[in-house]
Design a protein around this ligand. Sequence first.
Ligand code: RIB
Length: 309
Amino acid sequence: MDIAVIGSNMVDLITYIDEMPQIGETLEAPNFEIGCGGKGANQAVAAAKLGANVMMVTRVGDDLFAENTIRNLQKAGVDTQYVKSVAGSSSGVAPIFVDKSSQNRILIIKGANNHLLPADVEAAADALKACQLIILQLEIPLETVYAAIDFARQHQIKVILNPAPASKALDIGYACQCEFFMPNETELAILTGMPVDSLDNIYRAGRSLLDKGLHNLIITLGHRGSLWMHGEHIDHVPPVSVHAIDTSGAGDAFIGCFAHEYVQHGNILKAMKMASAFAAYSVTGKGTQRSYPDAPQFIDFLKTLHQGK
Ligand code: RIB
């Protein structure tokens, strides 16, 4: 295996809205879609669709969503040997609201994801040892995230830690053991308590984390591109400009593509540029995983970008 994702899966319930109702108000929304999501599963599917060998360690419920989630991962080419169900629990569910400007607001009900425990990492140990890269997010218990980081350190496996959703309880000491720490700007603001309303403020907030001992801090900035901060260096990868319809899952698309690229060639800036293009493609379609291109679609998209230059 190239990549292991130890993380979440959710069923995305996406409502496209003209405006948010006020308290006590009922409003009609124009559209609704249901799809497979969850930050972990999104990242796994993004990498697998591009051709990476990906395994996922996750927990589904014992409801009617579970089978569909597993089937969906398998269809994308993700190894599901370590996807287990939790008796008596619902699957994770995410009501998402996407507004007319394509921006999203997400609630998560973790369900079975709350039952992904350090023992699950241990149970998958033999398969995990063979991976080059482990990807983690924070939609599962922190103790499991820490166990996975300890495991990766013992076996010299590189880790991408995506601190999403942001949790102030996260022990930054663990983040410092990871090769990559990848928040978006909102998560950066929550984790640091600092403003992120300008690039200078983002640099300052990022610097405050690097000073704690992070190796590579990659901040995704949506329509402003992404930043790689390491040591005294800052590299800004500009955005790929597209007409956005739905930004849900774009950060996960970035991480999944970045991981696939990184294990291929190890060039961080090149991986970020490809990940920016992949995430840009994803915002042109509705949904999360559903909007990710496979390898041939992505190659065609890259050609159109080069022709447009
Ligand atoms: O990052 C987007 C994802 O966040 C959605 O798929 C939703 O399930 C939540 O986990």
